[in-house]
Design a binder for this molecule. Sequence first.
Ligand code: ATP
Length: 358
Amino acid sequence: MLSPQSRFPSGEEELRPRGAGGRHHLPGSRQPAVKGGIVACDVGKRFGRTLALDKVSLTVQPGQLFALLGPNGAGKTTLVRILTTLLRADSGTVLVDGKDVVKQAQAARASIGVVFQEPSLDDRLTVGENLDFHGRVYGVPGPLRRKRIHQMLDLVELTDQHDRLVRTLSSGMKRRVEIARALIHDTAILFMDEPTVGLDVQSRARIWDYIARLRDERDLTVVVTTHYIEEVAGCDRVCIIDQGKVLAADTPAALRRRYGQVLLRVTPRDEETRAQILALVPDAALDSQGSIILPVPEEGFVDRFLARFGPHIITMHLDEATLESVFLSLTGREIRERAPSPRERTYAFAQQGGEHTR
Ligand SMILES: Nc1ncnc2c1ncn2[C@@H]1O[C@H](COP(=O)(O)OP(=O)(O)OP(=O)(O)O)[C@@H](O)[C@H]1O
């Protein structure tokens, strides 16, 4: 018997601190942030007429792999620049690793590593020289510096590239050097702004492998921005940001349950049934194989549908909600495209290809 994916009225926050501490600090709470965590409260930033960030509040737990997901221009880079002390917010407060990013900027800077969206290595230097220079700037003593350079190159599988000039590396390799560099000093929180943008599929997968390893093997909080929705499924927590506003923040599973769209795909036995279904459900769409895709609005829909059309249906599948459908529900459009009509929207949900459940 088909059972529709249940949808819960509220996505309960799942907090999974892995690092030291593990206390939860809600935005706006008066508690000091724990080591390795981030608390941003009502952060606002305007560039002329553009409101880049509109009262953004978020909490990142120590040891979490936290994704900031949003389309181009959503405000991700602006937020990361504020969290990493590079830009001053117009309003609001931010504590990073327990330090105020304005009042204790230097101390905050010492405990964070940043991988910028724009390449920032010196390509006239070798890989080793780039890492060594960074270690010196952060005052890492010689023996520890050499040890860390070795460890980090090992992590990103570039040990044999130590003496190679950076300008001769591929884009994916450069990104990996930048990740290694961000971890040479005593980093509690690693920020990566679109670390996979412009890379081929293989390099992107590899970068996410390193990110997962950092989260799993080291006591490190990782904040990653991306507009590739398929990349965030393995993150502990996803914060969806659009037009400068946080729309939702939760585990991927909770986001799917709360905002995702479950779809029913059916193949009618005859044209008459097809016409009846399409007439009855205005949001229904046809896929390329001629199956009808129906959004499942609530539990019980599938049973009612079966009671009415069961004998006239050849096949049926239930597609689980995808994160793309979460974004669509929250914003009314796909992450990279224009606003779709209801029928296009149903088809777009289906095209994202959730798992088929019988
Ligand atoms: N220095 C600036 N001067 C003027 N406007 C800016 C500046 N920096 C950002 N903006 C604007 O603020 C908004 C948010 O930009 P931001 O770069 O933070 O978005 P984003 O989510 O990081 O996008 P992308 O993925 O394209 O980098 C955009 O409308 C952008 O044009």
